[in-house]
Design a protein around this ligand. Sequence first.
Ligand code: HEC
Length: 140
Amino acid sequence: MIRAALAGIVGVWLVAHAHAAAAADNSLIDAWRAVRVADCARCHGKDHEGLAAPSIVGFARTQSRERFIAAILDGNPPLGMPAYRGNALIENHIDAIYRYFAARADGSIAAGAVPARESDESADAPTLKQRAITPGANGG
Ligand code: HEC
């Protein structure tokens, strides 16, 4: 049910649909937002499915939670993956970031979809999304 609701949002977007997708997990929204702000997509591709750097979704599919979290907090600077330990934005949301990518990996959150939120704070999510699509459109 959530899957269907989220799949429906992908193109049309969330303002109208966010409320319909009940059973929200607000921490996943925060994780999604942190990943957007940190701009992991710059190296890992638009939907984090691989670009210059490998797919984060694929990694979450095959690795344990511990390895996933270590890969982000420890990074691999010689190979170009920054270490995010000490970066509060990422560190504070690391568990939810894992759960977000695990949900991407098992298909319960679609690529490009914002995890649903029960409260109304998702109103600012499209701004982040637009910024991701059109880097010039800051300010909002
Ligand atoms: C400057 C480019 C860059 C940024 C920004 C970046 N990464 Fe990476 N990331 C990489 C590279 C390159 C690798 C592959 C390192 C290696 O081969 O071990 C990697 C590897 C990873 C891996 C392990 C994947 C694997 O197959 O080994 C995870 C998980 C990951 N990154 C998550 C993230 C997350 C989450 C963010 C944002 C918070 C992020 N990365 C930001 C470049 C980046």
